[in-house]
Ligand binder design. Structure first.
Ligand SMILES: Cc1cc2nc3c(=O)[nH]c(=O)nc-3n(C[C@H](O)[C@H](O)[C@H](O)COP(=O)(O)OP(=O)(O)OC[C@H]3O[C@@H](n4cnc5c(N)ncnc54)[C@H](O)[C@@H]3O)c2cc1C
Length: 400
């Protein structure tokens, strides 16, 4: 077999496949295979293991002058001071990293209490694993969380309010009771929570470290300073963001999240629809749902299939097309149809999908009391757990 390797390549396809197949933090893998964290990240983000051509893709005829201002400088994000009587009140500048349910719940509670947090998310949209994909062909899939349930009174109240506002609706999924789903997609609940909050989408925080002036967030465009920071990304990614000696790194070291490979498939309208949803923990496809049967979805017949944690872990390093080729026949068999009826298919790789070993408390805070970390991984693999974590952090900030 011919393998395209750059002549100066320091890694082999076998080594490149290791981080692709692993759910461990980038830094740990970098140490184990004697690579830089940048190299590990690069191969994690790629589906293949071959070097791209090292010839320039575009030849630049005009060279632009170097930028006049340095790209990287420390700056406070926003100066928020207000005058009350003779006193100047300063609202603490709070950054929240992650606009999933945890980050949004925290931001909502802080905003309602008079704070003005700034939320950063690397994604194009908000919601994190509360996710909806819309394709150019008009297909729509909830490829992350499938439905929402509430056990605690506080979360129940939020869901009732969101339902009244039209951001949630009931889905009779064939189980014993209807489940709540976002409308027009699962991200509907995220949009409802995020209204009026400053959210910087498409901004990845690459590192976080303490300075004499506060917490420095390293972004592609430079560095921003905040007095307090709340990190709400999956625990293994949190470890990669922090300096190795940061106490939170040790505090979350035992947390584990399982991966989940998800198949999105659209079929001919006359394809059999034998059920609305089916769960089978022992099968390679542990959850299958007729996504288009949810309220407010476009008419076409769309299905979601989620592979079990074991199947997902075993196939995590495969190319997305190969994942589709393996999962699609399994789905067709369960639906009683063939791949001829398929009109669209794609796979999504959730490296950190479901909490397997939680932290055991709603959040962690570093000794300075100015850095917090939370997420579903603190409690359990449910949207409600993420909300509880975000709320608990906000209460701690407001109370302290
Ligand atoms: C396939 C699947 C099915 C599920 N099904 C259900 C279900 O049916 N019911 C249920 O209750 N729960 C379900 N869950 C779990 C549920 O989705 C999660 O518990 C919840 O959404 C987690 O929210 P979170 O805010 O803690 O994390 P996330 O949603 O992961 O949010 C983290 C956010 O941080 C951002 N981020 C990460 N790194 C950076 C960075 N460096 N800089 C900036 N931003 C960053 C990400 O883009 C993301 O938006 C499911 C999850 C998956 C994956």
């Amino acid at each position: 077999m011919q393998v395209n390797l750059h002549k100066n390549a320091r890694t082999t396809p076998a080594i490149r496949r290791k981080p692709q197949a692993s759910t461990e933090p980038t830094r740990l893998l970098a140490e184990r295979y004697n690579l830089s964290t940048l190299t590990v990240r690069k191969w994690r983000e790629r589906a293949d293991t071959e070097d791209a051509s090292h010839r320039p893709h575009t030849l630049h005829a005009n060279l632009s002058p170097a930028p006049a201002t340095p790209r990287c400088k420390l700056r406070p994000w926003i100066d928020r001071s207000e005058t009350k009587g003779n006193e100047t009140m300063k609202t603490p500048q709070i950054a929240i990293i992650g606009a999933g349910m945890t980050g949004l719940a925290c931001a909502r509670a802080l905003t309602d209490a008079g704070y003005a947090p700034v939320v950063f998310d690397k994604g194009r949209g908000i919601g994190g694993r509360l996710a909806t994909r819309r394709t150019a062909e008009g297909w729509q899939f909830d490829h992350g969380a499938q439905y929402i349930t509430a056990a605690s009174p506080g979360f129940q109240t939020l869901l009732e309010q969101a339902e009244r506002a039209g951001a949630l609706a009931r889905w009779a999924d064939g189980g014993t009771r209807p489940h709540l789903v976002g409308t027009p997609g699962m991200t509907g609940l995220a949009s409802y929570l995020g209204r009026g909050i400053a959210i910087r989408q498409g901004v990845e925080v690459r590192a976080l470290h303490a300075t004499a002036q506060g917490w420095a967030l390293h972004l592609a465009e430079g560095t921003a300073l905040f007095e307090r920071v709340v990190v709400t990304i999956p625990a293994p990614q949190l470890v990669d963001l922090l300096e190795p000696a940061q106490p939170l790194t040790k505090a979350v070291a035992h947390v584990r999240l399982d991966p989940c490979l998800t198949l999105m498939a659209a079929f001919d309208p006359d394809t059999p629809r034998p059920f609305i949803s089916q769960a089978d923990a022992e099968a390679p496809l542990a959850w299958i749902a007729q996504d288009s049967s949810k309220p407010g979805r476009p008419a076409p017949v769309c299905w979601i299939a989620q592979a079990s944690p074991a199947w997902s872990a075993a196939h995590l390093a495969l190319d997305p097309e190969v994942i589709v080729a393996r999962m699609l026949p399994l789905l067709c068999e369960r639906l009683g149809t063939t791949t001829d009826a398929v009109r669209y298919a794609a796979a999504h790789r959730w490296r950190y999908a479901r909490v397997a070993v939680p932290l055991g408390r709603p959040f962690v805070r570093d000794p300075s009391g100015t850095l917090y970390a939370g997420g579903d991984w603190c409690l359990e693999a449910r949207v409600e757990a993420a909300w509880r974590s975000g709320e608990a952090i906000a209460r701690d900030i407001i109370g302290g």
